[in-house]
Design a protein around this ligand. Structure first.
Ligand code: ADP
Ligand code: MG
Length: 492
């Protein structure tokens, strides 16, 4: 399936289609920088993680960090992409106060990773495939600090030389929603791989968002590129604003200038930064200080063999083995921690295949719901996966009803304890003993002749009786048995 059915913008001259391509900058998870041994740790005092290479002292030579290379190859494999056995580092020349080299080491014509693809699930249950154009390795820049002094700017080079992967998509997205879902999926894959932590607040994942519009079926329009958008919500807002801005210009008979724009999160608008005419000529050339990277097929095959199970595979397995709906499976596999939590719950169940769906409901609705409401992390959930597994097992085997299980969940959440022992100690067992239930049913029928007559005329009124029986049994009667008994007794 490919991306065709996005959301159209209704203009005065008819429908317009948005076309979106993203360049995502993902900081490589690595203790040291791409070409030096300096630390990549976030939040150090300014200029405390800077080697002579990062400060571009004369005569210093870059030395490639083998681990960063491995991370880029593993990412390429996770994106189902072509791994290029030979790639080249180039100098991208431009002056910027926070880049002491006067150039950025990047990859231009020969990137480490070529074409790939990402399958993106959409909230409405559809999925699209977004093509990957390339992934290349490059250095991050330092940071200018303009708010430290009234007349001077300072430079912090802690970030200078940290490894980035630039992941360039094809222009395959057709709505803000699709772009948001793509970044969410990409981030999930990177986190599973452990190649980027995806922390957008720290700037460890950020996107340049390319947007154009066209009449459906027409050739691609001229694009504008919105630089450095650092949240998934802002990516969506920037696209919505920018596409409408372009439609407005085109419908007024104007033309789109290819330009670089900035997103102003406070105003929710994009504004021009520089036009194509002002664009840099980077005078790329191969970095003479670095040899081309060359890999053997075996090296790539070994990394492939060691990849963890990725979200798509996990989702397929959850659907096939535990009967989950594609939606529930997607929710569970979105983060490795939540998938692991679910599997730990399953491990506690006597019959994993039978209760897989039940367990998914409890994990997603009760546990995630509660954890999110309290703004916690799953790892800080007061109800452990083992405890939740025990609760689900008690429901699955018919020892407690779903309603009692919610009370039990509450007890475990606030007080802790072994669910099975709690059920014993507090007498929460479901009453399936027909004799005991029958007595309650008979009493209620005898006491309410008018309701009996009504229910005979209108069978759905049986619900009232079920409610009464459940109430007088303290929620412990087995609802199915109650229903069966009532039907028999009322003759409906
Ligand atoms: P540059 O390096 O100049 O930004 P690239 O060829 O690397 O150019 O492309 C940048 C991004 O722009 C890619 O993600 C691509 O999918 C996207 N793109 C290309 N053409 C269009 C278009 N007409 N509309 C929207 N996005 C586009
Ligand atoms: Mg670009």
């Amino acid at each position: 399936m490919s991306a065709t059915n996005g959301r159209l913008i209704k203009g005065a001259t008819g429908d317009w289609e948005m076309v979106i391509g993203l360049e995502v900058h993902a900081q490589v998870t690595s203790n040291s920088k791409l070409f030096s041994g300096a630390s990549t740790e976030f939040g150090g005092d300014p200029n405390t993680h800077v080697s002579l290479v990062d400060a571009a002292m004369p005569g210093m030579l870059p030395v490639i960090n083998e681990f960063c290379v491995e991370q880029a190859v593993r990412t390429g494999l996770g994106l189902n992409a072509q791994i290029n056995l030979r790639s080249v580092f180039d100098r991208k020349n431009y002056f910027y106060p926070d880049s002491p080299q006067g150039y950025q080491i990047s990859q231009y014509k020969s990137p480490i990773v070529g074409e790939g693809e990402v399958i993106v699930d959409l909230p409405d249950g559809d999925s699209i495939t977004v093509g990957i154009e390339r992934l290349h390795l490059e250095q991050d820049a330092g940071k200018s600090l303009h708010d430290q002094h009234s007349t001077m700017s300072f430079v912090d080079l802690n970030r200078s030389g940290v490894a980035l992967m630039e992941i360039v998509s094809k222009p395959d997205m057709r709505s803000a929603e699709q772009a948001r879902a793509y970044v969410t999926k990409l981030r999930s894959i990177l986190r599973y791989l452990g190649t980027c932590d995806g922390d957008m607040e720290k700037g460890n994942l950020r996107a340049d968002v390319n947007v154009s519009v066209r009449k459906p079926g027409h050739a691609l329009g001229t694009r504008c590129e919105i630089k450095n958008v650092n949240s998934i919500r802002f990516i969506g807002q920037a696209i919505e604003y920018e596409a409408r801005r372009q439609v407005g210009i085109l419908e007024d008979g104007g033309a789109i200038d290819q330009e670089t724009r900035l997103f102003d999160a406070n105003k929710g608008e994009t504004r021009s930064m520089r036009s194509k005419e002002e664009a840099h000529d980077y005078r790329y050339f191969p970095d003479p200080d670095l040899l081309p990277l060359e890999f053997s097929e075996t090296y790539v095959a070994e990394l492939r063999a060691q990849l963890p199970e990725l979200p798509d595979q996990k989702k397929a397995r959850f659907i096939a083995d535990f009967g989950l709906s594609p939606y529930d499976a997607s929710v569970l596999v979105a983060e490795r921690e939540s998938a692991d939590f679910y599997e730990t719950v399953l491990a506690k169940l006597a019959d994993k295949v039978r209760d897989g769906k039940l367990a998914a409901n409890w994990v997603i609705n009760e546990l995630f719901g509660r954890v999110n409401k309290e703004g916690r992390d799953i790892s800080a959930s007061p109800v452990s996966a083992a405890q939740l597994g025990a609760i689900v097992d008690l429901i699955g085997e018919g020892t407690i009803s779903g309603k009692i299980a919610k009370d039990l969940f509450e007890i475990v959440w606030t007080e802790g304890g072994d669910p099975r022992a709690l059920v014993e100690a507090r007498g929460l067992k479901q009453v399936t003993d027909l004799g005991a239930i029958e007595k309650v049913v008979d009493n209620i029928i005898a006491a309410n002749p008018d309701k009996v007559a009504q229910a005979r005329a209108k069978p759905q009124l049986i619900g009232w009786f079920v409610g009464q029986v459940m109430k007088s049994s303290g929620g412990k009667a087995n609802p199915q048995s109650v229903n069966d008994l009532l039907k028999a007794k009322l003759g409906i």
